[in-house]
Design a binder for this molecule. Structure first.
Ligand SMILES: NC(=O)c1ccc[n+]([C@@H]2O[C@H](COP(=O)([O-])OP(=O)(O)OC[C@H]3O[C@@H](n4cnc5c(N)ncnc54)[C@H](O)[C@@H]3O)[C@@H](O)[C@H]2O)c1
Length: 296
């Protein structure tokens, strides 16, 4: 009998009321996991969990209104997962928006210009910080961050959306060391355009797509990539694209440091002693951070 990795696991999902987030929640419940969904659209969120619970015939899904731009909401969501289902093993940070995606020519408006960064970038950073603490408390876990192919290959006319997603791809690639410290892995999934309401945030692109001109990726391809990143212990700091034609590919980061080291005749850019010192200090700071977070 093959072991089901997802059985009895608890997943927190942001932006899980509909479309990609809902599809991942549904796939996880089908694999016998439990899900805690946080989103700002409450009616769809309630409908989603009622659908999941009635299909399962027991409580396997909970919804709580959560604005990912607010620590207060995020911490409450993770605490709810702990009090209801005993802890958190998996996190899917998926909430995102496309409004005001190309601000260069817009009026100089602080609030409007920062809106997309608050949700797509700061929302992911805050969700990661809270998530890491709860996964480390559990002893291990995986976080998957929703980026976009536009964050890897920026297109014209979607400038600040590209930047908001490029930032979280770099963020997701920044934590390979965490696996040794607390057994938490952070990876990113980067979908190509998927045919959801989200695309209406990009009027020109969505017009083309709904006219059938541009190919889209299937939601099922995104789900497959997310579950792969959650389950496979060898994936750490990895970026997977989810592309049309059910294609999933690893997108490697450029190897600039390695190439520079090579050009210099293989002299390391940072000495191994400095690296060990930094690692020891980081481990100490990590333990201190855990104590102070859970003492509050
Ligand atoms: N659909 C695409 O073409 C596409 C392509 C690449 C990446 N993505 C990314 O995939 C993710 C999901 O997209 P989708 O297509 O399912 O779109 P969607 O609009 O259906 O899903 C996004 C969800 O995030 C929620 N959300 C928005 N702001 C929030 C906030 N402040 N706090 C909590 N939740 C919030 C929305 O209510 C919604 O349920 C997004 O991050 C998006 O950027 C989508």
């Amino acid at each position: 009998m093959t072991h089901n990795f997802f059985e009895s696991k608890v997943a927190v999902i942001t932006g899980g009321s509909r479309n990609i987030g809902k599809a991942v929640a549904t796939a996880l419940v089908e694999q016998e996991a439990k899900v805690v969904i946080g989103d700002i659209i409450d009616t769809e969120g309630q409908e989603t969990i009622e659908e999941l619970n009635s299909k399962a015939g027991k409580e396997v899904a909970i919804f709580q209104h959560t604005d990912v731009t607010k620590y207060k909401d995020l911490t409450a969501l993770f605490q709810l997962a702990e009090s209801s289902f005993g802890g958190v093993d998996l996190v899917f940070l998926n909430a995102g928006i496309a409004v005001n995606h190309d601000v260069l020519l817009d009026p100089l408006d602080d609030e409007q210009d920062e809106k997309i960064l608050k949700v797509n970038t700061a929302g992911i950073i805050k969700g990661t910080k809270v998530g890491v603490r709860h996964l480390a408390k559990r002893g291990a876990g995986a976080i998957v961050i929703t980026g976009s192919t536009l964050g890897l290959e920026p297109a014209s006319y979607t400038s600040i959306y590209n930047a908001s997603k490029g930032a979280v791809i770099a963020w997701a690639r920044s934590f390979q060391h965490l696996q040794n410290i607390c057994s938490v892995r952070i990876n990113s999934v980067c979908p190509h355009a998927v045919d959801t309401e989200f695309l209406w945030g990009f009027p020109d692109l969505s017009r083309k797509i709904f006219e059938g001109v541009a190919p889209t990726a299937e939601i099922s391809t995104v789900v497959k990539a997310v579950l792969l990143l959650m389950e496979d212990q060898n994936r750490n700091g990895q970026v997977l694209t989810a592309l049309p034609g059910n294609v999933i590919e690893v997108e490697e980061a450029p190897k600039i440091m390695a190439k520079t080291t090579q050009h210099l005749g293989n002299i390391p850019l940072v000495s191994p002693e400095v690296i060990s010192e930094l690692e020891a200090k980081y481990k100490q700071d990590f333990d201190g951070m855990m104590k102070s977070y859970f003492m509050q």
